[in-house]
Design a protein around this ligand. Sequence first.
Ligand SMILES: Nc1ncnc2c1ncn2[C@@H]1O[C@H](COP(=O)(O)OP(=O)(O)O)[C@@H](O)[C@H]1O
Ligand SMILES: [Mg+2]
Length: 164
Amino acid sequence: MAEFRVDLPDAAATQQLGQRLGELCPPGTALLLAGDLGMGKTTLVQGIGAGLGIAEPISSPTFTLINEYLEGRIPLYHVDLYRLEPEQVGSLELESYWEAIDIAPGLLAIEWSERMLDYPASALRLRLENLPSGGRRATLTAVGEEQIVLLEQVIGDGLLADEV
Ligand SMILES: Nc1ncnc2c1ncn2[C@@H]1O[C@H](COP(=O)(O)OP(=O)(O)O)[C@@H](O)[C@H]1O
Ligand SMILES: [Mg+2]
């Protein structure tokens, strides 16, 4: 397991990090996004959409819970659990999405993953928090060698990275 920290001075940097993830994440990736309201989770997923080559505008699935985009390199499933209690999350049957991303195979991005009681051990985790400067800090947790290599590629482009 390795942790990477990336400082994101503005929304464009958040978008750029998302775009790299969209370009490089292999099919079957589950990305668990954590961080308070307004930290840039949706902005990041919009970048992922750009990286996947999705032209359709990506908006927050706060009310729809799940939006699907099937036109990119791989399908994007965008989930927002904000309005759910942890005990309601089970009724979404996210397990079928874990399977779907293997079958379809796509990228599953989940905002408010803090609401989940259970998730695959192989999920990539990304937390966003405020920096005193007004920007954000992203902390990404890689499980296993493949994800470490992936994150080194994602963050390689001159962004600040720190492996611990
Ligand atoms: N790195 C950043 N620095 C400053 N503002 C940012 C950054 N990333 C995103 N934002 C801004 O934060 C606001 C909330 O973003 P949003 O993606 O809707 O957050 P969330 O989905 O986490 O609630 C938007 O105005 C967005 O432009
Ligand atoms: Mg959001």
